[in-house]
Design a protein around this ligand. Structure first.
Ligand code: GLC
Length: 458
């Protein structure tokens, strides 16, 4: 009898051990698509870069760019007091701009933590402000219906065990470099693991994680230094539904990333890996710097930003648009103006963005236009960047469209096709080609930043 019990116990122990070491079953393409669905439908999110660098207000890399010592940088910690911080205003601004998720810098390269981490004193609660910045932000964003994402810097220019590399602020100080040779990066990695565990356990469901960044090679840091595979396993275990970016130096590892992150540039086409289109998100700034930059003067216009969003979706991607709040805790006027401008456009035209993707190849975009496509609704959206003279010819569209309207006011756009009369010219038939569908547009460009024509496909 006791023998049987013993055998059963042994078998059970063995089964448990096997389960613990068995690698997790690889996700199928369809499963991954389903996990990412809310995100690929959302298309538009807000990046928030906020930290001590808001005080010097000249780029979030200021500590590294200006080779600042910890002592020199300490003045920003000592004066951090965002007295006007009202996350409900931020959340409202994000929602009204049409954004569906946000990603906030929990810690940037400077090492300063916006949440009340138990693992360090280098955090908001120890500054003159004295309060946690993250819980109220998450609460406010969730209340406005936005999903929650964290940015966490793998680099850390404050941690005493973080070794001096080519990006470190003290890299040119020979004495410092010499002294820091005793640093133990393994201890920093322990801290990194513990912090990531903390942010993924203390704030409820976290939807996305943006880890930044790897620079493998001599004097660099990558998967070995961060223990990336182990880290990612822990992340997926703590938050099974989470969507993780591609900066852990695991591009060649199955399941090592969920989406690609072209930064501050527009890919020429849908981003591909091994010839296959993959989920991607471009992160973009209003003006070049991620952190609040007072003197930065290359701010993009509302029109450029709207076009950027459309172009991103027309290539199957997401746009994560960055705001760098000030050290008072506010979005500055230039950011507010642009968010409102985008929001005015999105309010009427968001249907051509949410749940949309690249148009099928049989619908080529006419000159000065960008197309997006809603597969489920079977609707095609023609974004007209330059308003043409009365007509817009869509080659290859004849016989495929049931109805057309301007999206912002749902007013009909009549069309002709299959050889209809276009205009008069002596000696010419003046007729359109057989496969062309010609939209008859109002002469005046409608009063929206980028007019959209919604085509209901047959
Ligand atoms: C970069 C920069 C950083 C910024 C990030 C956004 O890797 O180091 O300052 O936060 O990109 O994608």
């Amino acid at each position: 009898m006791s023998k049987i019990v013993l055998t059963v116990a042994c078998l059970l122990a063995l089964a448990l051990a096997v389960a613990a070491i068995a690698p997790p079953r690889a996700e199928t393409d369809a499963e991954r698509q389903a996990r990412l669905k809310w995100w690929t439908d959302a298309r538009f999110g807000m990046f928030i870069h906020w930290g001590l660098y808001a005080l010097p207000a000249r780029h979030e890399w200021v500590k590294s760019n200006e080779r600042m010592t910890d002592e020199a940088y300490a003045r920003y910690f000592a004066h951090f007091n965002p007295d006007l911080y009202n996350p409900r205003e931020w959340a409202r601004a994000a929602r009204l701009a049409g954004m569906k998720y946000f990603v906030v810098t929990m810690k940037h390269h400077e090492g300063f933590c916006l949440w009340d981490s138990k693992l360090t004193d280098y955090k908001a609660t120890r500054t003159p402000y004295g309060q946690d910045l993250i819980k109220p932000l998450i609460e406010a964003m969730r209340a406005e219906g936005l999903r929650v994402g964290f940015y966490y810097s793998l680099l850390d220019w404050h941690h005493p065990e973080y070794t001096v590399d080519m990006h470190h602020p003290m890299r040119d100080d020979k004495a410092f470099v010499e002294k820091s040779k005793t640093r133990d990066l393994g201890k920093y990695a322990d801290y990194l693991f513990a912090q990531v565990r903390e942010i993924l356990t203390e704030f409820g469901r976290i939807d996305t994680l943006f880890l930044d960044f790897s620079f493998p090679g001599a004097n660099g840091k990558g998967r070995n230094e961060w223990r990336s595979e182990k880290l990612l396993k822990m992340i997926r275990k703590l938050q099974p539904g989470i969507i993780v970016n591609d900066r852990l130096d695991l591009l060649d590892v199955a399941g090592g990333w969920d989406y690609r992150t072209p930064e501050q540039f527009m890919p020429r086409e849908w981003v591909k890996v091994d010839g296959k289109p993959v989920p991607w998100e471009t992160c973009q700034t209003f003006s070049g710097s991620w952190g609040y930059d007072r003197e930065e003067s290359t701010w993009k216009s509302v029109r450029q930003l709207v076009a950027m969003l459309i172009e991103t979706v027309s290539k199957g991607g997401n746009l994560l648009l960055n705001v760098g709040p000030t050290a008072r805790g506010t979005f500055d006027a230039r950011a507010v103006e642009r968010l409102q401008g985008i929001g005015a456009w999105m309010e009427k035209n968001g249907r051509s963005i949410y749940g949309c993707t690249q148009a099928p190849a049989q619908f080529p975009a006419p000159a000065n236009c960008l197309l997006t496509y809603n597969v489920e609704a079977k609707r095609l959206y023609v974004h007209v960047l330059e308003w043409p003279l009365g007509v817009l010819a869509l080659d290859g569209f004849a016989g495929r469209v049931e109805y057309a309207q301007l999206l912002h006011d749902a007013s009909e756009v009549p069309f002709t096709e299959k050889g209809g009369q276009v205009g008069f010219m002596p000696g010419s038939r003046g007729r359109e080609a057989e496969n062309t569908l010609t939209l008859r547009l109002p002469v005046r460009k409608p009063d929206v930043e980028v007019p959209v024509i919604e085509l209901f496909l047959k």
